[in-house]
Design a protein around this ligand. Structure first.
Ligand code: HEM
Length: 733
């Protein structure tokens, strides 16, 4: 039995959890094994099997490339890969691709899943295949018109002798068939239902391909029909190439199953010599799932949660009376006392092709000082018998040196719709962890040079900064603005130390992070709830203000509402250090960890007003952008440069620093062809524009009118210019 944890754990779930609780659902597309909904004459299971074959056979196996390496991703436009099967299969696999499951391993897993779904034998799945980053040599893919000698060369290259070649072709062609659209010389259009001629009239994984052949009633289009006249009858020529010895042996159902299991495994195990495949995957009898330690308020105790998956294929779920964890403290002893955790609550069941599983959940508290290093699992049956699972002797290890603190971590909306503000907090055990403390983000990015949407992984690592110490742990944080599209599919790890001694709490999903961060220390204490206009906690300083419009101090009565009112002419407002209120139209700063903003407001201690050099920023929902108002008989023309040395319009009519409005200026100008407002308070009139009048960017005219702050009246040296609409009338005047 495998020892947990292992590099195969993710693929083990993909292989065995087809349906039910925590199912991965990898088999869904090939269940049942028959025509799919993808279009007439398509059998997805057959497409997956053919995809594995074409991936493997394209290219010479060298020390670093070839064989099962997912190079098919780059090869689907090659002539040898005609058909829809390859892109379509790869898109089936892509959602399962991760740092723990390569595309090449998933294509191999596709072979197991497709064959098993069609009633074929179990094909053992070794793991550890490495994905190619470019195309292999598709010229090595067999074409129906090739000679038997060529076929033998193509298969010899990857270690298949004549008999293996015959067997693997028969095993592959027990399901699926030939499409008229892609091979009209073999299946002329209109000669088969849906233009698809099945090899042996069943999708099932059976001996019919061999028995029909020997009984001379084969319907395989690569044996009979037009293919015989144009030497495209590759199956016919291959099957008889050893005088029917191999194909005869395959008419025995047991021999068929065992031979197919062997040659199909051989097919998926063709890998570069530099790749070391693991032992075949077998299901764990007992497997820990989603284990998580979490430091609790004050740092004296920790929550320990998770599930234990028990294989119920041989012991039925109904016979399980209780499940317990028996754990050792962090020194391997039992300072914890009885050191047991009850995990008897059944959370759900799942099934694979040949196995069933029950999940038992637990949620416990342990002492932070003595902590935990490993546990055994005791399963007691209804008849009193007990089974102990000790993970091949060493117990199931629990790493407590660096742990993700999900309550202090969060992912929230930000001012920009395409970014989310993410805070990741980890608790690092002072006595055992070493620096640096990092978060690595594993992004799914577009894969280059592939014709379809199969992602590649890109890892970025960031140093986390130390916040404060709680009990035996110190908290470290990272603030990061994540693209909204990445928030759903990014995996992250937190780690302490470097090289071989590095410890990690790995394979967390950003999509699992809560939408609110808890604040003080490691406390699940009540978190202030934020209105939807909250933008986040931002770094601020005297030398560089995050919001650089107006500002005010209010030592006694500052609240969110007061600050919003004060900032009503700005699109953002921010509060800092209990009593400061800042306004601005742009936010010039970077995010800080959420809990840095933890000071109460001077006017309402239930509201948060930033922290030292930390600004709680809000979008101002009351903000109204100033506009150029409609003026009867006139239309707004543009913002003009206007200077003492070169005026756009005639002498100023009025300078009203308390009450100017655009309408008032029009009245003053009393029917002139042009009028304009400047500096919030000046009104200018004229029938001609000055000779050097120049248009300025619209944003230059930003000053609100003194008499109506929702409207614009130029700016210093800038004129908001209006023109009489009836230009002719103005000339006749
Ligand atoms: C000399 C060797 C082989 C030749 C010339 C050959 C040729 C072909 C051709 C022409 C098709 C029709 C494809 C289409 O119309 O969509 C086909 C289908 C198929 N081949 Fe092969 N093949 C060979 C060996 C293999 C092997 C070794 C396997 C796997 C073990 C395999 C698995 C399949 C499957 C499953 C299909 C059906 C695909 C579907 O229904 O969409 N073939 N093959």
């Amino acid at each position: 039995a495998p020892t947990w944890p292992s590099t195969m754990d993710e693929l083990e779930d993909i292989m065995f959890l087809n349906t039910g609780y925590r199912a991965k659902g990898f088999s869904t597309e090939v269940t049942p094994c028959s025509f799919s909904s993808k279009g007439p004459g398509r059998i997805t299971a057959a497409e997956w099997i053919r995809t594995a074959f074409h991936d493997m056979i394209a290219g010479v196996v060298s020390s670093t490339a070839g064989g099962m390496d997912a190079s098919i991703m780059y090869e689907t436009k090659a002539l040898e890969n005609i058909g829809t099967a390859f892109n379509s299969s790869l898109l089936n696999f892509a959602p399962f691709f991760s740092s723990r499951s390569s595309m090449a391993d998933l294509i191999a897993m596709g072979m197991y899943t497709a064959v098993r779904s069609c009633g074929g034998p179990v094909i053992p799945i070794r793991t550890g295949r490495i994905d190619a980053t470019r195309s292999g040599a598709t010229a090595f893919v067999p074409q129906p018109q090739n000679s038997v000698g060529t076929f033998q060369n193509q298969f010899n290259r990857v270690g298949f002798n004549l008999s293996d070649m015959i067997a693997v072709t028969a095993c592959g062609h027990t399901t699926g068939g030939v499409h008229a659209a892609f091979f009209p010389e073999i299946v002329p259009a209109g000669t088969a239902p849906d233009d698809f001629a099945q090899f042996d009239k069943t999708a099932t994984f059976d001996t019919k391909i061999a028995t029909d052949f020997l009984a001379n009633n084969s319907t395989d289009p690569l044996v009979v029909g037009p293919s015989t006249k144009n030497t495209r009858d590759s199956d016919g020529r291959i099957f008889k190439a050893d005088n029917n010895v191999t194909i005869t042996s395959l008419t025995n159902p047991d021999t068929f199953r065992s031979t197919c299991a062997r040659v199909l495994q051989k097919l998926i195990d063709v890998v570069p010599t530099s790749v070391r495949l693991t032992d075949p995957l077998i299901p764990y009898e007992a497997k820990p799932i989603a284990l998580q330690l979490r430091l609790l308020d004050g740092g004296s105790s920790m929550a320990f949660t998770g599930e234990i998956r028990i294989r119920t294929t041989t012991r039925s779920a109904a016979q399980i009376a209780s499940v317990q964890l028996v754990y050792r403290d962090r020194t391997g002893g039992n300072v914890c006392g009885a050191c047991t955790i009850d995990a008897s609550t059944e959370a759900g069941r799942a099934n694979g092709f040949d196995d069933s599983f029950s999940f038992f959940s637990f949620a416990s508290q342990i002492q932070a000082n003595s902590s935990i290093s490993s546990f055994n699992i005791a399963v007691t049956r209804t008849d009193g018998q007990q089974e102990i699972f000790d993970n091949n002797g060493a117990g199931y290890p629990v790493q407590d040196s660096i742990i993700l603190q999900s309550p202090q971590s969060c992912i929230k909306d930000s001012a920009s719709p395409d970014k989310k503000n993410m805070t990741i907090v980890a608790a690092v055990r002072d006595e055992t962890a070493t620096l640096p403390v990092n978060t690595s983000l594993v992004f799914k990015v577009a894969r280059r040079n592939v014709p379809i949407d199969i992602p590649a992984l890109s890892v970025e690592s960031y140093t986390m900064s130390k916040q404060y110490t709680v009990g035996p742990y110190s908290l470290y944080a990272l603030a990061y603005a994540l693209n909204t599209s990445q928030a759903l599919n990014t995996v992250f790890n937190v780690s302490a130390g470097a090289g071989a001694s590095r410890l990690t709490d790995a394979f967390k999903l950003t999509s699992d992070l809560p939408s609110e961060c808890c604040y003080h220390h490691a406390a699940p204490t009540p978190t202030p709830t934020f209105a939807s206009n909250y933008q986040g906690c931002y770094i601020d300083s005297v030398s560089g203000r995050a919001l650089n419009g107006s500002a005010t101090n209010d030592h006694l009565t500052l609240t969110l509402a007061n600050c919003a009112t004060f900032c009503s002419e700005y699109s953002f407002y921010g509060l800092e250090y209990t009593y400061q209120c800042f306004c601005g139209n742009t936010l010039n700063s970077v995010l800080a960890p959420e809990y840095d903003c933890n000071m109460p407001c001077s006017g309402d201690d239930k509201e948060i007003c930033g922290g030292p050099d930390r600004l709680s920023v809000y979008q101002n929902e009351a903000y109204i952008a100033p506009a150029n108002p409609p003026i009867e008989g006139y239309e707004y023309k543009a913002c003009y440069v206007d200077m003492r040395s070169a005026r756009v319009l005639g002498p100023v009519v009025i300078s009203d620093d308390t009450g100017l409005t655009v309408g008032e200026c029009k009245d003053y100008c009393n029917g002139s062809r042009y009028f304009g407002t400047e500096y919030g308070r000046e009104c200018w009139c004229g029938n001609e524009l000055g000779p050097s009048a120049t248009v300025a960017p619209e944003s230059d005219c930003f000053t609100r009118c003194a008499g109506d702050r929702a409207t614009l009246c130029g700016a210093p040296d800038r004129l908001s210019l209006y023109q009489w609409v009836d230009a002719k009338a103005s000339r006749d005047r």
